[in-house]
Design a protein around this ligand. Structure first.
Ligand code: UDP
Ligand code: MG
Length: 328
């Protein structure tokens, strides 16, 4: 018989002490049902939690050798926690799942099934989203559509970070160290056979969402600006268009002046409107330029993507050292 495959479950955690025990129970049940086809490890990334999560995770790891914990030195954000998960997981196949039980672990066997059929990426498509407020639903819808219009690569609609990744995809992703991280886009960029499966996104088991409006807007900008330079092109096109229009207007004014040389000064309103309009467009264009420049500024500094304070439960010689560094 073939030796079993190793399945890594990667779970970003930011202050989820109320959910962790239930998450662990449900996930373990699902993994037990897989029988001896898969060995598994559950890799929690503690993203600078401010509650008892860290203690709880260490306890779990003490009881269960399959639980491993990577603790960040502070809160770096969801996308960075997942990145660390990709770096530290050893599995032949990985599943990234939120720790608040919005992504039901019961979907994992179906994902594995699709993987065994030869797919390298299996992403969950949120069919129903229970317990989200209407504002979040609308902003999410608008965002997914906007990114589809603006970005150069196809990012699947309504897919989150709940997904299965084959080792080969993980290795590809690990070579992409850009700081403006939008992993769903990077996964699409990586290519390979990808397939989606619909699932019902549950309400949060306990606690509150960690995504403030500010974080959501920043995330949306990351998504759009990292995968598209269309905003830059649009501002350039707008510039051309306005120049063209102003040329036509200039002709009109000149012809008017030639025909009626002694006409009284008029047109103050249109003058002011034109000045304001062009001023606005210029500021927007500069702003867009600035957004790209700012991102570039962050990238060139080449800071590490996250800082690990401590690892727990890694028992092999590496002691949880980042497996063969992929720093560029
Ligand atoms: N999370 C994280 N770091 C953060 C914010 C969130 O690791 O800075 C984790 C969080 O604990 C949860 C997952 O990422 O397991 C999704 O976060 P959340 O449920 O707050 O986001 P939402 O589902 O509301 O979009
Ligand atoms: Mg959530």
């Amino acid at each position: 018989m073939n030796s079993p495959m190793l399945l890594s479950i990667v779970v970003p955690i930011y202050s989820e002490e109320k959910v962790i025990p239930e998450f662990y129970r449900r996930t373990k049940n699902v993994l037990a049902e897989l029988g001896n086809r898969f060995d598994h490890e559950i890799l929690f990334i503690d993203d600078g939690s401010r509650d008892g999560s860290a203690v709880l995770l260490k306890e779990l790891s003490g009881h269960d050798p399959q639980v491993k914990v990577v603790s960040f030195s502070r809160n770096f954000g969801h996308q960075f926690a997942i990145t660390a998960g990709l770096d530290y997981a050893r599995g032949d196949v990985l599943v990234i799942i939120d720790g608040d039980l919005q992504d039901p672990p019961e979907v994992i066997p179906e994902m594995l099934h699709k993987w065994e059929e030869g797919n390298k990426v299996v992403f969950g498509i949120r069919e129903k989203r229970r317990g989200e407020n209407p504002f979040k639903l609308i902003t999410a819808k608008v965002f997914y559509r906007l990114i589809r219009i603006l970005s150069d690569i196809r990012i699947p609609m309504d897919a989150g970070d709940f997904r299965l990744l084959d080792r080969r995809v993980v290795e590809t992703l690990r070579t992409l160290r850009e700081e403006n991280r939008y992993l769903r886009g990077l996964v699409s960029w990586a290519g390979f056979a990808q397939v989606g499966i619909p699932y019902q996104r549950d309400r949060r088991y306990a606690g509150k969402t960690k995504f403030t409006l500010k974080k959501m807007i920043r995330f949306a900008f990351d998504g759009i600006l990292s995968f598209s330079d269309k905003p830059l092109k649009i501002s350039a096109y707008l510039g051309f268009l306005i120049t063209l229009v102003s040329f036509v207007m200039a002709l009109r004014v000149l012809i008017g002046k030639i025909r009626h040389p002694d006409m009284l000064v008029s047109g103050w309103t249109s003058l002011i409107l034109a000045v304001l309009f062009i001023g606005g467009i210029q500021m927007i264009s500069l702003g867009i330029l600035g957004l790209y420049l700012g991102r570039q500024y962050r990238e060139v500094k080449k800071r590490p993507l996250y800082v690990v304070a401590e690892t727990t439960g890694f028992d092999d010689a590496s002691g949880g050292e980042k497996p063969e560094s992929v720093d560029p």
